[in-house]
Design a protein around this ligand. Structure first.
Ligand code: GLY
Ligand code: MN
Ligand code: MN
Length: 473
């Protein structure tokens, strides 16, 4: 198995400090409740498919992982604030299963690996819960903890708030995990760009990305890779990945991110099929790049995410006027107020990133009546130690734009003849993962987005005549 980050060697995932973070957010929210609170969370367990010697894909409960750093199926955690004690419960040892699955981690090994005050087995849980002064908060009562329900309180708003806020601010350990996930993802994107001659189907791009992620030790993707070409690039989450990549389609978009130790990366790159940018494709690419760059100029603690998102819309409007897609006899302000840009950049500028791709504590308001804001996944000010994505995009979706083109109050700004030249592009999105620092930001993901360099990488692959065993099928 390839190594994780060197800087974390010999260190433990800071579970105890995460419990303290949760407690401190709970205190801020409701100090009375925080005095004697206990948290109990059950991790996910393996589940067999019926009639098949196979389990469902395992994905650890993120709240559980945050309080343990433990990815072992069937585990539980209890944190008692009165004793400041964190106990991890390993699954009871099933001797029959050792023949199939090998030896489980012993209590001693677990004590060395995890940042816990005590390691016990699940059989001890019931007595420990009975001994608490009051019921323990849990995220939800489910099939993995139903037997303990009399000792648990589920879905407490303050508890969720505290967990979500704690997860929103990454500590040094988490930042290293995310840098590592980003590095793996960079390599995968570069590999995809460098192998276009053998990627004649969207599935090939998907396969190339996964192959390189797995080779680097990343067994899970943060989300299903989105691999599209031509007009499919206008579907934001195109995960069918079943189209051909033929030269006439011209544009390719891949949005994919590897995971490391439950921490996500989320990156999008676009490039021309054969390395030669088509005129309109490059124009839209440069426009989106400018949206991203202008956002970076304003990105720092204290800035409202909403203002960054709206800045990106203004850049799109200005550039559309330069290209003639929007008529330039109107002011940018007037077009902005008309919301005519909404369906060309229909998603939000980005989202919180952490263990989940769309991580906690963004506080989206999907019922916001403003079409420029309703899909925005962050509705708060930026603060140091948040990790977010900066992912502007520009799309030409006949379905999405139908309403805009049929609304005279919006379509009056659009030059339909010019717009018609751009449908083939489908869409362009450029996406990077960014840590907010004390006075600015640090971009985790570094794979090139320079259009000239991208073109050279793709063309060089053609010149080398990239071949591999892949192209025998
Ligand atoms: N990959 C999903 C997203 O960018 O939000
Ligand atoms: Mn994203
Ligand atoms: Mn993405």
């Amino acid at each position: 198995m390839p190594d994780g980050p060197k800087s974390l060697e010999g260190k433990k995932y800071p579970a105890k400090s995460h419990a303290h973070n949760v407690l401190s957010h709970l205190k801020k929210k409701n100090s009375a409740k925080a005095q004697e609170v206990s948290f109990f969370i059950s991790g996910e367990d393996l589940e067999l498919y019926k009639y098949c010697d196979q389990t469902r894909p395992f994905r650890q409960n993120r709240y559980f992982f945050y309080l343990t750093g433990n990815n072992i199926p069937g585990s539980h955690v209890l944190y008692e604030s009165v004793k400041d004690k964190l106990t991890i419960y390993l699954p009871n040892v099933d001797k029959e299963d050792i023949m199939w699955s090998g030896l489980p981690l012993s209590k001693d090994e677990a004590a060395k690996k995890f940042d816990a005050d005590e390691i016990k087995y699940a059989a001890d849980i019931i007595n420990d819960l009975k001994g608490l002064l009051s019921k323990a908060c849990t995220t939800d009562i489910n099939k993995f903890n139903l037997e303990f329900k009399d000792y648990l309180v589920e879905k407490d708003d303050d508890f969720f708030y505290a967990l979500d806020e704690a997860r929103a601010f990454k500590d040094d350990y988490e930042i290293e995990l995310m840098r590592h996930a980003a590095k793996i993802t960079d390599n995968c994107h570069l590999a995809v760009m460098s192998a276009l001659p053998i990627e004649t189907k969207e599935t090939h791009i998907h396969a190339e990305f996964m192959y390189h992620a797995l080779r680097q030790g990343s067994k899970n993707q943060s989300y299903d890779p989105i691999c599209c070409s031509g007009e499919s690039c206008s579907t934001l989450h195109w995960v069918k990945n079943d189209g051909d990549i033929t030269p006439d389609k011209r544009s390719v978009l891949i949005d994919a991110g590897a995971e490391w130790d439950c921490y996500a990366s989320d990156v999008t790159r676009c490039f021309p099929v054969n390395g030669e940018w088509a005129k309109e494709h490059l124009e839209i690419y440069n426009l989106v790049l400018k949206m991203q760059e202008e956002v970076y100029k304003l990105m720092k603690p204290g800035v409202e995410w909403e203002d960054l998102h709206l800045k990106a819309h203004r850049v799109l409007i200005e550039e559309f006027q330069q290209l003639g897609i929007f008529k330039n006899e109107y002011s940018v302000d007037e077009v902005f107020k008309s919301k005519a840009s909404a369906r060309f950049f229909p998603h939000g500028l980005g989202h919180m990133l952490g263990m989940d791709t769309h991580d906690t504590a963004g506080y989206a308001n999907y019922s916001d009546p403003d079409p420029l804001l309703c899909y925005l996944r962050i509705r708060r000010k930026l603060e140091p130690n948040m990790v977010v994505t900066n992912e502007p995009g520009c799309y030409f979706s006949p379905f999405l734009l139908e309403e805009t083109l049929n609304d005279p109050l919006k379509s009056k700004y659009i030059n339909k003849d010019v717009l018609d030249r751009y449908w083939y592009v489908g869409g362009v999105r450029i996406e990077d993962d960014v840590l907010i620092t004390k006075d600015g930001y640090e971009i985790f993901t570094k794979v090139t987005k320079d259009p000239k360099e991208i073109s050279e990488i793709v063309k060089a692959a053609y010149e080398r005549g990239v071949k591999s065993y892949h192209n025998v099928v």
